[in-house]
Design a binder for this molecule. Structure first.
Ligand code: ATP
Length: 512
């Protein structure tokens, strides 16, 4: 299966099993807006819980908040979103499709990268064991030509973005002969800037109503509460404030399922530090955040850092953690050293002092900020795509299994009476009634046991508990493991403690 087919299959699977639905589907849907179904909401809640516990509960110097989506319009002036939260857009006149100019160029660069990788794979097959990848990459003429082109385009694009040179962005598209993926033509308009914030009116009388915005990030709710939290919780720098919540962006290039949505959820943490210590904290958070992903066990090789060439004018370091989605390595999380930009801007626009008095040194200063900003929906998609697996079994049958880490799986265990008679359902209900206080359980008595296992595999339930006739005699049940399909007989009395070890968040948190 190609990666593209895999992605299509994954999308269909997510719908069929109640993970994700297109928003307002009966009205043909709303572009780039999605709903989480009965399984999706469980998985999403579990990811949030894992993040919250790792960030807020495990760190004494981090606390959480939940700020409102609506904020005073001045916030967005101060943050720079009103004037500069723009995407460079370009339209194809034939297909009438609109694209982000930088994304078109990045897709072109990804193709160059793909060509280089193909060449390397050819070399590997040709030279076998003696193959030296580094030497090949630095000497093979095809690789070198593509690499030179990649470097040239990258440098031009970064410079154009840094200097807001829209004409140059268009020139790169023309020079690289980039065509519209739909019409196949190069009939492009000029590149224009487009603000991504959604606006609405506050107040009932239209003349008096003022324009307010749906927040495009959760971070500003943290900055404006910096003093409230610092004072009420008596926090000492360095300390952090975390929050999980919805953000809204009028994304033009809305595609790739829940990777780029117009309404999405972020999990952000702003860490306030003494000026001068920010780069040290930046490195620490870079490592800590990668460890958080790796503890999920989806495969360490699926992550990489991407350090920014294009730094925002206020940032002095920035990196993305990227994940290998079926459509390539893409950003999951941004880690940014933002200096004192945000607090200083709010100080200026609000006229309130956003300073911290350091009792040890006796100085007052505006703290510097290191931020970790993660897309909850993208993390969801990363987990789903890494977990999805089609397997051929020894008996020739096939199964689809979601290998979701047990600690965050939507349903932890399924309770299955072998047959729907002989008091087995009653016994199964009894067990379920005991376990449901600790774990999200599902009871299922319909169809053959094999089909029930498959249904649980398809939603990623890590354990199935089967109640058979012997259970009535020996008070033991069979645990069937999702990943290995092995079975183990255990006493009912020890079920809870066995499950607890396997599915508790603690099993993940202890790895951090
Ligand atoms: P991109 O370059 O992909 O548009 P960004 O750099 O603008 O992302 P940030 O502003 O750094 O993103 O936001 C932090 C995180 O929020 C991102 O790493 C991503 O996981 C998530 N995110 C941003 N925009 C979207 C979106 N439209 N849909 C889903 N998640 C998003």
């Amino acid at each position: 299966m190609t990666q593209e087919e895999l992605f299509k299959t994954l999308t269909a699977h997510a719908k069929e099993y109640g993970f994700i639905f297109q928003s307002s589907e009966i009205y043909d849907g709303l572009g780039a807006v999605y709903d989480y179904g009965q399984m999706g909401v469980e998985l999403k809640n579990n990811i949030k819980k894992y993040w919250w516990e790792a960030m807020v509960h495990l760190n004494e110097n981090i606390v959480g908040i939940d700020s409102a989506i609506f904020m005073h319009p001045k916030v967005w002036e101060a943050s720079g979103h009103l004037s500069a939260f723009n995407d460079p857009l370009i339209d194809n006149r034939d297909s009438k499709k609109r694209y982000r100019a930088d994304v078109l160029i990045e897709d072109y660069m990804a193709k160059l990268e793909e060509r280089m990788n193909k060449e390397v794979e050819k070399g590997r097959r040709r030279f076998g064991e003696a193959f030296d990848e580094e030497q090949f990459r630095t000497t093979n003429p095809n690789v070198l030509r593509n690499k030179a082109k990649w470097d040239e385009v990258n440098t031009r694009m970064v410079e154009a973005l840094n200097s807001d040179n829209l004409a140059e962005l268009k020139q790169i598209i023309m020079d690289c002969e980039i065509a519209c993926p739909i019409s196949g033509t190069r009939n492009w308009t000029d590149v224009r800037q487009f603000n991504l914030m959604f606006s609405t009116q506050l107040g009932t009388i239209s003349e008096e109503a003022s324009t307010i915005y749906l927040r495009p990030e959760t971070a500003q709710g943290i900055f404006v509460n910096f003093l409230n939290v610092q004072k009420s919780a008596r926090m000492k720098v360095p300390f952090g404030i975390a929050q999980i919540g919805k953000a809204f962006r009028n994304e033009i290039v809305a595609r790739q399922f829940i990777f780029r949505m117009r309404e999405f959820e972020q999990m952000e943490m702003q860490f306030f530090v003494r000026p001068g210590s920010e780069l040290e904290w930046f490195e620490k958070w870079k490592e800590a955040r990668l460890a958080w992903y790796k503890a999920l066990g989806l495969g360490d090789e699926k992550y990489r850092y991407h350090d920014h060439d294009k730094l925002a004018h206020y940032a002095n370091a920035a990196t993305d953690i990227e994940f290998e989605f079926p459509f390539g390595f893409k950003e999951l999380e941004g880690i940014h050293s933002r200096t004192d930009f945000d607090l200083a801007q709010h100080q200026q626009f609000s006229g309130r002092k956003m300073q911290y008095f350091d009792p040890e040194t006796g100085e007052s200063y505006v703290p510097y900020v290191v931020e970790t900003s993660i897309g909850l929906d993208r993390t969801f998609l990363a987990i789903l795509s890494a977990a999805y697996c089609e397997e051929k079994l020894e008996n020739g049958e096939e199964r689809v299994v979601l290998r979701i880490p047990p600690a965050i799986a939507p349903v932890k265990l399924a309770v299955l009476p072998l047959v729907r008679k002989d008091s087995l359902p009653e016994k199964a209900r009894e067990i379920m009634n005991e376990l449901k206080y600790d774990f999200n359980c599902q009871y299922d008595e319909k169809d053959s046991i094999g089909r029930r296992y498959r249904r649980q595999d398809a939603i990623g339930t890590p354990f199935c508990i089967t109640i058979d006739h012997d259970t009535l005699e020996d008070n033991c049940v069979t645990i069937r493991y999702r990943d290995t399909m092995e079975q183990e007989r255990v006493p009912i009395v020890s079920l809870r403690s066995i499950m607890e070890k396997k599915v508790s968040l603690r099993s993940l948190l202890e790895k951090l």
